[in-house]
Structure formats: C-alpha cells, structure tokens
Design a protein around this ligand. Structure first.
Ligand SMILES: Nc1ncnc2c1ncn2[C@@H]1O[C@H](COP(=O)(O)OP(=O)(O)OP(=O)(O)O)[C@@H](O)[C@H]1O
Length: 301
C-alpha cells in the first residue's frame, strides 16, 4: 500500500490559455492534516475536483489512496469524504431524511459520536428542509455528515466559511481528534491562516497552479523575517536584495520583509549606511500575506 494519501506528477489543467494547475508535483503522506493555501484562483478547488474525479487533468498523473483518481472504485469513494463551500445537499430534503440516507450508506462505519459532537453546536430540527437552513447550519450539517462517514481521507474546501466562532472551534477540535485518533488524512484549503496554524501539520502553498512551499507551518514562518533599519535616503536598490517580499518606509524607517534572508543581511544593510538594524520574526498570517503579495494580481503600479 502506498504511504501517500495523494500524489500528483506533472499535473496540469488548462482552461483555454490559462493554467489552473501547472505541472504540479505534490506528495501528501497518509495521516495528519495538510493545509493548502494560496491566493484566489491559485488552483486549490481545481486540484480537489481532479482528486475526486469530477474534473480530468489536461496532463500528468494523479493518485488518491494509491490508485489513479480516474479509476477510483465505488468502494474507494466510500473511504473519501468531501465537503465544499457550496454545501450541495438537495434543498427539498429534510435534515432527518438526509441523515437517514447517510447512515444507511455508511452503516458499516458510521461514527455517531463524531456526528453528534459536531451537530451539537447547531440547533437543527429533523423536520427542517435543507433549503431552510442558514448558511452556517448547512455548513455544520455537511461537516457532521462527512465526519460521521469516518472517512480515511477527508477533503475540505473552505469548510468553516459562515460558521460562528464557537461552531468553528468545535469543528476544528473534531477534525484534530479525528485525524489523530482515527489515523485519518485531512486535506483542507482555507484563507483563514489562524485556523491553518492551529490545525495543520503541513502547509502547502500554491501560486498560479504551482507548488511554492511544502513544509511544517513553523518552518515556513521561519523562512520569512522582518527587518527594521534606519538607512539614510532610499536604502539599497530592491534588485540588490534577492528574497525581498515587501518594503515600506514608515516615519523615515525602512521595513523589509525578507524570504530566506542571507546570514550577512544585517551587514549588507549597514554597508548601505544603516545606522541601526533590527530583525524580528513574523506571525504565520503575515508571513503568508507577504509571500502571496509578491506575485498577487493587482492594479498596475
Ligand atoms: N471552468 C473554468 N473555465 C475557465 N477558467 C477556470 C474554470 N475553472 C477554474 N478556472 C480558472 O482556474 C484558476 C483556478 O481556479 P480555482 O477555482 O482552482 O482557484 P482557487 O485556488 O480554488 O481559488 P479561490 O481561493 O478563489 O476559491 C482560476 O484562475 C479560475 O479563473
């Protein structure tokens, strides 16, 4: 059995001239929580849709739980849970009917405790129709159903969008518990970096369909440092500073956000006239922000 939950080799998906995924090589081990982050349009949902066999690649190979994604059997699919931000349950069906159907489908593995833990945060009545639920209630119900299925692989596309703080915290607790107790693999994409920081064992950063980081979140955070320097005038030219992510001048003081700063960077700044140089770590959300800002689409300068 492959030790990988997911493997892609040279995975490419084009839409016209646009590359949603561009020659992506990704290997996610079994077990643990893997977070995928990236700007809007980076290719996260496209990746998930290909993993689940909803979309075919333009090129490359994809393996899910050791099997090519296009050849997943019905039995393989029962081991995979998926929740997306659209929460696509039939609006006309009642909560009770959907729950009964899910319990029947997964009778051999139904985890009532996981379902009850998540659903307890929401005040749903069995007779309510899905279409009458609030956005957050629908999100919670979907997640509870997916966890009840006790999947070996759980793929979540922005699962906590619309949840209040308490429901969100309870859901994250349930995910962490499921991933450690059940030896489950969770692959999760979110723009909520504080969530990623709490949950993830691995931080995958996608940029324009390509892999830009694969490491523990802390290792990524440590690659990015902030430097505050008193440098007269303009300071060193940006093209002399490889790894420069952001530069701001505040009250005459230069603030540089650097990726993989060279060990001699402080001396480099002093060599350009800096009278004082301070360096400091940055929290994960600022590190991700600085990293993604560099190549983010934006108005022409
Ligand atoms: N059917 C399609 N036709 C044309 N372009 C598409 C189609 N589907 C996706 N794309 C493009 O592919 C790129 C990747 O889209 P995708 O939905 O995977 O991004 P994402 O990382 O999930 O973004 P977000 O964070 O906004 O949800 C985007 O530039 C999008 O415009």
């Amino acid at each position: 059995m492959s030790g990988l939950a997911i493997e892609t080799r040279g995975l490419t998906r084009r839409h016209g001239r646009k590359h949603a995924l561009d020659n992506l090589d990704l290997a996610l081990p079994r077990g643990g929580i893997h977070a995928i982050v990236g700007a809007n349009g980076a290719g996260k949902s496209t990746l998930f849709r290909i993993l689940l066999g909803f979309l075919s690649p333009s090129g490359g190979e994809v393996f899910v739980l050791g099997r090519p994604s296009a050849a997943l059997t019905p039995d393989d699919r029962r081991r995979i849970g998926f929740v997306n931000e659209e929460h696509t349950l039939p609006g006309w069906a009642t909560v009770a009917a959907v729950l009964a159907m899910q319990r029947r489908l997964y009778a051999d593995r139904w985890d009532a405790r996981a379902f009850d833990t998540v659903i307890a945060s929401f005040d749903l009545s069995p007779a309510q129709r899905i279409g009458q639920l609030s956005r957050g209630e629908r999100a919670g119900f979907n997640l509870a159903l997916a966890l009840g299925q006790a999947p070996e692989l759980l793929i979540l596309d922005e699962p906590t969008l619309g949840l209040d703080v308490v429901a969100r915290r309870r859901l994250l607790d349930a995910l962490i518990e499921g991933a450690s107790a059940e030896d489950r693999t969770v692959i999760y994409c979110s723009h909520q970096i504080e969530e990623v920081e709490r949950l993830a064992d691995t931080l995958v950063v996608l940029e324009r369909g390509s892999l830009r980081n694969f490491s523990a979140p802390d290792d990524f955070r440590e690659r990015i440092t902030q430097w505050v320097a008193n440098v007269p005038f303009k300071g060193p030219p940006p093209d002399a500073m490889p790894g420069l992510l952001q530069h701001r001048k505040i009250d005459g003081v230069h603030h540089y956000m650097m990726l993989d700063a060279e060990p001699g960077f402080a001396d480099f700044l002093r060599g350009h006239g800096a009278t004082s140089v301070q360096t400091m770590p940055v929290p994960l959300d600022r590190a991700v922000d600085a990293f993604l800002t560099r190549n983010h689409a934006g108005p022409a300068a």
